[in-house]
Write a protein that binds this ligand. Structure first.
Ligand code: A3P
Length: 280
């Protein structure tokens, strides 16, 4: 089991992200028209990817996350001739510098970390590519310590929040997508410089509902090199519940107090903490 995980720059990665690939990321050649889809795991990445790929009427290709794979990954990405939509769970500091220098468009999606923790717990539990988790209590502790794949939720969020006002970065929240998807889809289309009619936006929203996406992927034959989650082919792990506030079914009052204590401490300088906590 230990060999499922290795550490790189202090962050846990699965062995599906080879150390050679991680070391070579700094030399990655970005293209000006690449779009990065950035998230901490279980924040709504698939949902956002579904929306974005539907927004284009030109040929785009959704790749697997840049940090997934072995040393041949960068070459594979180089070979793609269409516009690339590239997911990543990397911290801002670990992002290949070329994406920053070329001011590639990046969309960061985050979600109430309590719900993210619960979603990640279920994902861990049923995924043979991740270490075994015995109980929710055990996972809760690991999550707060940041001892999970992709590291600490807090570090991830804070590293990106520092750049939330950069012109090439759009910050989104899962809860806002749940509340008013057409509004957010419109916002995304404007950010990407796409001219999309209100009718098309309505259509995209219909096709991006939880139930539509869930039944779509059950029909699809998922090619691991073109999916946001290369860690499982089990789509049931991705489209689980799709709700806001499921944490209430898992957190004990004591866990909730502890979570909020740590949240308030770690996020005390965060200007965006409020957007994440209206469902606290
Ligand atoms: P739950 O486990 O709480 O259900 P990611 O794509 O980053 O791995 O995130 C997965 C989470 O997003 C899961 O949360 C999943 O159900 C939810 N999700 C996926 N598609 C969705 C959709 N169309 N609408 C709402 N939530 C969605």
């Amino acid at each position: 089991e230990a060999e499922l995980i290795h550490r790189f720059k202090g962050i846990s990665f699965t062995t599906r992200s080879s150390p050679e690939l991680l070391k070579s990321l700094d030399s990655f050649d970005a293209r000006e028209d690449d779009v990065l889809l950035v998230s901490y795991p279980k924040s709504g990445t698939h949902w956002l990817a579904g929306v974005i790929t539907k927004l284009y009427n030109t040929q785009v290709i959704l790749t697997s996350p840049i940090e997934f794979g072995d040393i041949s990954k960068l070459e594979e990405l180089n070979k793609l001739s269409s516009k690339r939509i590239i997911p990543t769970h990397l911290d801002y500091n670990m992002l290949p510098p070329n994406f920053k220098n070329k001011k590639c468009k990046m969309i960061y999606i985050s979600r109430n970390p309590k719900d993210t923790a619960v979603s990640m717990y279920h994902y861990y539990r049923d995924n043979p590519n991740l270490p075994t988790i015995d109980t929710w209590t055990a996972f809760f502790d690991l999550f707060l310590k940041g001892d999970v794949v992709c590291g600490s939720w807090f570090d991830h969020f804070l590293s990106w929040e520092e750049h939330a006002n950069d012109k090439n970065i759009l910050f989104l929240f899962y809860e806002d997508m749940k509340k008013d998807l057409p509004k957010i889809v419109k916002q995304i289309s404007l950010f990407l410089g796409l001219n999309v009619s209100d009718n098309d936006i309505q259509d995209i929203c219909r096709k991006s509902s939880f139930s539509e996406m869930k039944s779509d992927t059950e029909k699809e034959n998922n090619d691991p090199s073109h999916t946001v989650c290369a860690l499982t082919s089990n789509r049931k792990l991705i489209f689980r519940k799709g709700a806001v506030g499921d944490w209430k079914n898992h957190f004990t009052p004591k866990q909730n107090r502890r979570f909020e204590e740590i949240f308030n401490e770690k996020m005390k300088l965060s200007k965006m903490a409020k957007s994440l906590t209206y469902e606290f």
